[in-house]
Design a protein around this ligand. Sequence first.
Ligand SMILES: *Cc1c(COP(=O)(O)O)cnc(C)c1O
Length: 216
Amino acid sequence: MIKANIERIFKEIPGYVKVVAATKQRSPEQILEAINAGIRIVGENYVREAEKKIEIIGRKVYWHLIGHLQKNKVKKAIKIFDLIQTLDSIELAVLLDKECRRMNKTIFAMVEVNIAKEPQKTGVLPEDLIEFVKKVSQLENIKLVGLMTMGPYLDNLEDLRPYFREAKTLFERIKELWKDTLDWKYLSMGMSSSYKIAIEEGANMVRLGTVIFGPR
Ligand SMILES: *Cc1c(COP(=O)(O)O)cnc(C)c1O
């Protein structure tokens, strides 16, 4: 079933769109099945959970952190993840940079934007985004490569379009502003229910759980 789901998804989306398999609560066996079907990026929400799975599966795929990163997990996160999609505060960025320097590493990261300004959600507010990128781009051990957003939960999926559109506008603005210094390339938005709309509105990376693995 996992294999058939992935093949169907690959057929229906454009080739430039990167699929991140969102694998929270999925077993290593399920994840390996997805990898065998062509998944190259695995997104985990928790450092501990990812650590256990990476021990079993290894580094034959890229591991992305797609959940909020707690400050006390920063060192571990640097060791195990290839990319942090959820950079959401200056304090976290400064800490990441500092620990990376200590470990003589650079880490790829994306800025999480709280596009609907939901108070219960993490993420940089849209109006603070440019200033945020300005600051983080000066940190030598973090390489910013794009923008990630969750989008609000809405009954009518069509109502998501304006939020995705705004994220795309911000993404393009940053790309233009830092065209000489940043390799700014990924716009990660859209989940199982919303990835088609997200791609139509400009996403080039989607994070899919349920449509690949079935209900959690
Ligand atoms: C779980 C999760 C997803 C995927 O959700 P589905 O609805 O199962 O596709 C995407 N992004 C993040 C950050 C998640 O935690």
